[in-house]
Design a protein around this ligand. Structure first.
Ligand SMILES: Nc1nc2c(c(=O)[nH]1)N[C@H]1C(S)=C(S)[C@@H](COP(=O)(O)OP(=O)(O)OC[C@H]3O[C@@H](n4cnc5c(N)ncnc54)[C@H](O)[C@@H]3O)O[C@H]1N2
Ligand code: MOO
Ligand SMILES: [Mg+2]
Length: 429
């Protein structure tokens, strides 16, 4: 008789996993390599931006008081006493009815308190000096970008744990971070097991399939910000798999195996975990797909026995490995972002387990719609390509109807959830 496994709820399983953590470490990388990494410290403005009062336009800097009586009937003329482009400072003194030709980005000359756009001025012909004329008045502060109006020194602009996007790169450069303190990528090992597995470059043979899970998991690790290390695929042979698993564990922060966790004659992973002296957190989760997901602690490391079925394997990673990885990257919202969507199809058949349907979300005018991205079976691979969400259908005695509001977990969203697992309730009509 096979041992009877006791399924635990998804929420409980995630909680058990989250008691474990990979040590958070940081390293310095050149700014050019910081894109897509995760900040290991808050990004703080090290000076005001702009750092000096400057002109947002090409035009003329002047004293607003001199413009008070200007009108089309009685224009006022100014003597142009200098010219500054961005990057230069006007060192002279601007006296009454004098002006300085100024370009966008240049600092406002001392004594001036307004800038007139070039288009609102006229040149006046004069042999001996340069003269400019205006036909309306300007107020103090007109067309001046004041020091600190963009941001003030000391402001926390981006929090530790944030993924560095091109905008964050701009801020890092602005504040002189030629080297950036980023989270060290956790190293996640990957092992595929199964005597049926061919390499990707091999032609199909009867009874065999190509190993897709290993590459899928490596891409998932990469998407979550980790570093994947592949140890290869192994036949269903106890000793080979045991040795590979033991060796790999010593070289990584976490290890993922795929295949061989169920109750088949060649499903050796449970026995291998035992021989490794693993403390099994759970070996059955009340979810579909991925019910056989087995997670254990060996010493201070986690080992994931993910299902061999591609969809189950995929979901197992997103629910149980991603948050561990994200936490190591200083992320305070390590779980997939949860939001509400309107179900696009019926799910008439009740299921006692929570279903996580690979889905596609569409953006309606003011709501999201979610529909399956393909056949909803654990062994299916075709639904994975188009999946950008997991539709969460809690287990129960009734099915779900098109039009109901359901929770979805977004797979490609950069923002996350602190804890998406509370208040996931069935919305029966
Ligand atoms: N009697 C029972 N049979 C099964 C149960 C059960 O409770 N009782 N659970 C089923 C469920 S649910 C799942 S999920 C699978 C889990 O199987 P394993 O994790 O043991 O995985 P394998 O048996 O090795 O393979 C399953 C399936 O996936 C294919 N596979 C495996 N590795 C890969 C890979 N790297 N790339 C692509 N596809 C892979 C493999 O060929 C099989 O078709 O067990 C059910 N059975
Ligand atoms: O682990 Mo299985 O995926 O529930 O189909
Ligand atoms: Mg099996």
């Amino acid at each position: 008789m096979v041992e009877k496994r006791k399924p635990i709820p998804v929420e409980e399983a995630v909680k058990k996993v989250m008691e474990f953590y990979i040590e958070q470490k940081s390293e310095k990388v050149p700014l050019e390599q910081s894109y897509n990494r995760f900040l290991a410290e808050d990004l703080v403005a090290s000076h005001d931006v702009p750092a000096f009062d400057r002109s947002p336009y090409d035009g003329f800097a002047l004293r607003s008081v001199d413009t008070e009586s200007a009108s089309s009937e009685s224009p006022i003329t100014f003597e142009v006493v200098g010219e500054i482009g961005a990057g230069y400072v006007f060192r002279g003194e601007v006296k009454p009815f004098q002006t300085v030709r100024i370009m966008t980005g240049a600092p406002i000359p001392a004594g001036c308190d307004a800038v007139v756009m070039l288009e609102l001025t006229q040149e006046v012909a004069d042999e001996s000096k340069k003269i400019m004329q205006i036909k309306r008045s300007f107020k103090q502060g007109d067309n001046i970008s004041y020091q600190g109006e963009d941001t003030k020194k000391g402001t926390v602009l981006v929090e530790k744990g944030t993924k560095i996007n091109p905008g964050v790169v701009a801020l890092l450069a602005t504040f002189g971070y030629h080297e950036v303190n980023v989270a060290v990528k956790p190293v996640i090992g990957v092992i595929a097991t199964g005597s049926e597995l061919l390499s990707v470059d091999q032609p199909l043979e009867p009874g065999k399939i190509r190993n897709s899970n290993a590459y899928m998991i490596m891409a998932q690790i990469d998407r979550a910000g980790g570093e994947a290390r592949y140890f290869g695929k192994f036949n269903d042979d106890f000793e080979d798999c045991y040795k590979a698993t033991k060796d790999a564990l010593a070289q990584v922060d976490c290890l993922i195996t795929t295949g061989g966790v169920s109750v088949g004659d060649y499903d050796y992973m449970p026995a291998i975990f035992e021989k490794l002296g693993a403390n099994v957190l759970f070996n059955k989760v009340a979810m579909r797909p991925g019910s056989v997901t087995t997670i254990a602690k060996v010493g201070d490391k986690l080992i994931y026995g993910l299902s061999g079925n591609p969809s189950a394997c995929y979901v197992g990673f997103e629910l149980f490995t991603r948050p561990i990885l994200k936490t190591a990257l200083f992320n305070k919202q390590p779980h997939l972002r949860k939001t509400k969507a309107t179900l696009g199809v019926d799910f008439p058949k009740p299921n006692p387990f929570m279903r996580l349907v690979r889905g596609k979300v569409e953006y309606g005018e003011s709501e999201l719609f979610a529909s399956p991205s393909g056949l909803d079976k654990s062994g299916v691979v075709s639904s994975l390509g188009g999946a950008d969400a997991l539709i969460v259908l809690p287990g129960g005695t009734r099915g779900y109807e098109k039009g109901m509001k359901v929770d979805v977990l977004l797979l490609e969203d950069l923002g996350g959830s602190e804890w998406p697992w509370s208040n996931i309730v069935p919305s029966y009509r």
